[in-house]
Design a protein around this ligand. Structure first.
Ligand SMILES: C[S@@+](CC[C@H](N)C(=O)[O-])C[C@H]1O[C@@H](n2cnc3c(N)ncnc32)[C@H](O)[C@@H]1O
Length: 431
């Protein structure tokens, strides 16, 4: 721990939920981004806080055995990845430890956490929004509003075509003086790509024609292009279809450009397998899929368990429209969908299984109270934030539930994010 010229030598003893290494300097915790457990490093302190400090790597003394060379020239600058410097195996262990750590914070040390399920870590994102500025395109940099332009190699989390399409759209934006432009690309499992360009003001017909030629010309995979003015929530289709059709999870699905859909098809398939297994273990008869989005979990289960009944609710009317359409497309008569707040469970409705898949902020007090009001025998909680998941699971255990199993799924490889599926049962049930 000797200090010289503001440089301190430390050993990284752990990694936190944001993928940052943890060292102790005279007992005080110091977070060092892009370091790995076991690294011995020279670090520079960049910020002192009352209870912790932040540091940056000034020099490598002995690398951790978990380290691998990063294969991305923009890693560290770009805000996308935080775990590209460790092996994928250790990333899985970090994510499992993140989930265990969150549960421990809320006194749930005994919750049985499985090893993280790990899909392919490359080119897994089926959706991306890139900012276009001054003919360049890229992600926002780490904690900044500055664009990190994607270089020639592009981004290895994205399908290869995304970057070449964004490059052509950026050129069109530059030549036609389009302002405040971002591009959202979505790819279906069979490769079809839907493009949504968000702009400060609608382009004129000449610019639209230029965009269609540049983006769809010679690219059979582009199935649709739409343009919207930022904040309008209403897009105009200027090429092909504005709806993305996909065959996934045994279902034929159609999605409108803004509807939420899981960004990692393989990861979502793993997650669905866990949900299906947990549901099958409960022997349920009536299932509420709350925060259902376009209804994928409920629809897939409704197909798998045709003798059971399903109810889905989401606040997003567009998503519910898609969900209803998808139920009809797949001839599923055992599922109903409602647009509205998930906590407003219809009077007298008493499902014996509830699937919860809330946004990062987790469940409101009203949602927990509504659940306690109906006390379903089983709850399957799907979460993209281990902290709010653990907080809500703790509230449920205080009200008579036990955690049967927790499975982390690495939906977002190379980033610090991890999805978790938790099965809770009422403590008076045997299942
Ligand atoms: C993480 S997404 C899950 C979507 C869906 N389960 C899926 O996998 O595609 C969270 C969903 O919660 C919805 N939502 C947010 N607040 C809500 C509320 N108060 N009541 C109902 N749905 C809400 C959002 O519209 C979004 O679709």
């Amino acid at each position: 721990m000797a200090e010289e010229n503001g440089i301190v030598r430390v050993e990284i003893i752990d990694v936190n939920s944001r993928g940052q290494g943890i060292a102790r300097i005279d007992g005080k915790v110091t977070f060092v981004p892009f370091s790995a457990k076991g690294d011995v490093l020279d670090i520079r302190i960049t910020k002192e806080h009352k209870n912790f400090s932040e540091g940056e790597i000034a020099g490598m003394v002995t690398p951790s055995r978990d380290r691998v060379p990063s294969d991305c020239p923009d890693f560290v600058k770009c805000g996308g990845c935080s775990l590209r410097h460790v092996s994928y195996r250790s990333e899985g262990m970090i994510k499992k430890a993140t989930v265990e750590g969150a549960l421990r914070k809320f006194g749930l040390d005994d919750a049985p956490v499985q090893d993280a399920l790990m899909p392919c870590p490359e080119r897994y994102r089926n959706k991306a929004t890139l900012r276009i500025v001054g003919g360049k395109f890229g992600y926002y940099g780490k904690s900044t509003n500055t664009i990190v332009p994607l270089g020639g190699a592009g981004c290895s989390l994205l399908p290869e075509e995304f970057c070449s399409i964004a490059r052509d759209a950026a050129e069109v934006a530059g030549r036609n003086g389009l302002r405040d432009v971002s591009i959202t690309l979505r790819q279906s499992p069979d490769g079809g790509i839907l493009v949504l360009l968000t702009v400060g003001e609608m382009p004129d017909p000449a610019a639209e024609g230029d965009l269609v030629r540049a983006v769809a010309g010679g690219r059979e995979k582009v199935t649709g292009i739409a343009v919207e003015v930022e904040g309008s929530q209403r897009e105009r289709v200027i090429f092909g279809s504005g709806v993305m059709e996909l065959r996934q999870f045994g279902l034929d699905l159609a999605l409108s450009p803004r509807s939420f859909f899981q960004v990692n098809y393989e990861g979502a398939g793993m997650l669905l397998d866990v949900i299906e297994r947990y549901a099958a273990e409960t022997g349920f008869s009536e299932c509420a899929d709350l925060f259902c989005g376009t209804g994928v979990w409920g629809l897939a289960l409704a197909k798998r368990f045709p003798e059971k009944r399903f109810y889905g609710a989401d606040i997003d009317r567009g998503a519910i429209r898609d969900a209803k359409g998808n139920a009809a497309r797949n001839g599923l008569r055992n599922v109903r969908f409602f647009a509205g707040d998930a906590s407003r469970i219809p009077e007298g409705y008493a499902p014996d299984l509830v699937i919860l898949d809330p946004p990062r902020r987790g469940c409101s007090d009203g949602m927990i109270a509504a659940l306690v009001g109906i006390m379903p025998e089983n709850i399957i909680y799907v979460s993209c934030d281990p902290f709010t998941m653990a907080r809500d699971a703790a509230k449920l255990t205080e009200r008579g539930y036990v955690i049967k199993e927790v499975t982390p799924v690495d939906m977002f490889p190379r980033t610090e994010h991890v999805e978790t599926v938790v099965r809770l049962s009422r403590s008076d049930m045997n299942s």
